[in-house]
Design a protein around this ligand. Structure first.
Ligand code: ATP
Ligand code: MG
Length: 353
């Protein structure tokens, strides 16, 4: 768990927090967070099972040039859109999840068991494909990743199933205050779904996750419009095909391309840049002290900040809340547990004390 007295932070962070307190009070931020409860949220995206296989090194194999490892223990987590839905469910009462599973090794019972009680899922099941599993091998002592094997079929979904999913989205999307798309680019959401969501959602928040399977082929401009874009720095560079430009300029470019959207560009240890429809940019530093595991921090940031932006929170408050969420998330191994309102409120209180 992140320790959060502002005193131990670097000068830049303390300066940011001092200036923030001149603009906003703790009561205002707490009231903003409490008001998220009434929002009805739809989360759309691929279900991913994150498997952690913890290993210990043995020694060099006598026959091959590899280091053999001993399996210590395994862990299975509900990741991808499942993790996003669980994060949102800690802040908003009514969460609907539209997600894709495979017919082979579907792990539906595990998925159901891991979803919070206030998440109502609708599963679309692709026959002949596995539910997406990302199996990471890590050194147990350091959590350093050694190797990853993904089980997935990332070709576009069969037309009949896609049609059924589009019909469900067409019928349900208008009922939700916020639609959060966690698009991992593994084939569940094609161009037709992206266009439909852009046309129908009252408030559309989008993350197009870059990963090893889709690198360079999956960028946020797949969505013709979005109310809020939340991507990391490599993702915005890929989307704008700009390696060296200033991040703020790229944020403006993407906002322009997606219809004046608000944006968060998360930058790992460099924090986040947020910008709203009025063009004011904020650079928010990280509040993380100890990083246990970075995986899933971006998803946690997206899941909590999307309702915040939809409810009209100022973009510097969004950046502060998101960075506080991320600081809690980097203290959690992968998606072992969700970020909760009580923990977040306690953390924000200590930041603004
Ligand atoms: N190394 C780090 N040190 C401190 N904070 C970090 C670090 N990495 C991430 N964070 C926090 O998490 C937030 C989101 O991280 P990042 O920009 O890496 O997202 P991401 O690439 O989308 O992650 P993922 O997709 O793996 O969930 C950052 O803005 C920051 O607050
Ligand atoms: Mg991400």
């Amino acid at each position: 768990m992140a320790d959060a007295s502002a005193d131990g932070y670097p000068e830049e962070t303390r300066r940011f927090l001092a200036a923030f307190k001149q603009r906003h009070s703790l009561d205002e931020v707490e009231a903003d967070l409490a008001a998220l409860e009434r929002l009805r949220v739809l989360v759309v995206g691929e279900a991913i099972i994150d498997e952690y296989s913890y290993c210990a090194p043995l020694g060099k194999s006598p026959k091959e040039g590899i280091v053999s490892t001993r399996h210590v223990r395994g862990e299975m987590q509900a990741g991808g859109a499942l993790a996003c839905a669980n994060h949102v469910a800690g802040f908003c009462r009514d969460v609907h999840l539209v997600t894709g599973l495979g017919g082979e090794d579907s792990r539906k019972a595990f998925v159901r068991e891991r979803l919070k009680a206030n998440v109502t899922p609708r599963f679309f099941v692709r026959p002949g494909a596995p539910t997406i599993v990302k199996r990471r091998y890590l050194w147990e002592s350091s959590l350093v990743r050694v190797f990853e094997v993904d089980f997935l079929d990332d070709t576009p979904w069969p037309a009949a199933l896609e049609h059924e999913m589009l019909r469900h989205l067409r019928e349900t999307v208008p009922a939700y205050d916020v639609v959060i798309v966690a698009d991992y680019g593994h084939g569940f959401l094609g161009q037709r779904a992206a266009t439909l969501l852009a046309e129908r959602a009252r408030f559309l928040a989008v993350n197009t996750q870059a990963n090893a399977a889709n690198l360079g082929f999956h960028v946020v401009t797949k969505y013709p419009r979005a109310s809020y874009v939340c991507i990391d720095e490599p993702e915005i560079r890929l989307a704008t095909r700009d390696r060296w430009g200033a991040v703020g300029d790229l944020a403006d470019k993407v906002r322009g391309l997606l219809g004046g959207a608000a944006i968060s560009v998360t930058r790992g240890p460099l924090g986040v840049l947020t910008c709203g429809a009025d063009g004011t940019r904020w650079e928010v530093p990280v509040f993380s002290r100890a990083v246990v595991d970075r995986m899933g921090a971006g998803d946690a940031y997206l899941s909590v900040t999307a309702p915040c932006v939809a409810s009209g929170m100022a973009m510097d408050v969004v950046g502060l809340v998101g960075s506080a969420v991320a600081a809690l998330a980097v203290g959690i191994v992968g998606n072992r547990s969700a970020v909760e309102l009580v923990a977040l409120t306690r953390f924000v209180r200590s930041l603004l004390a």
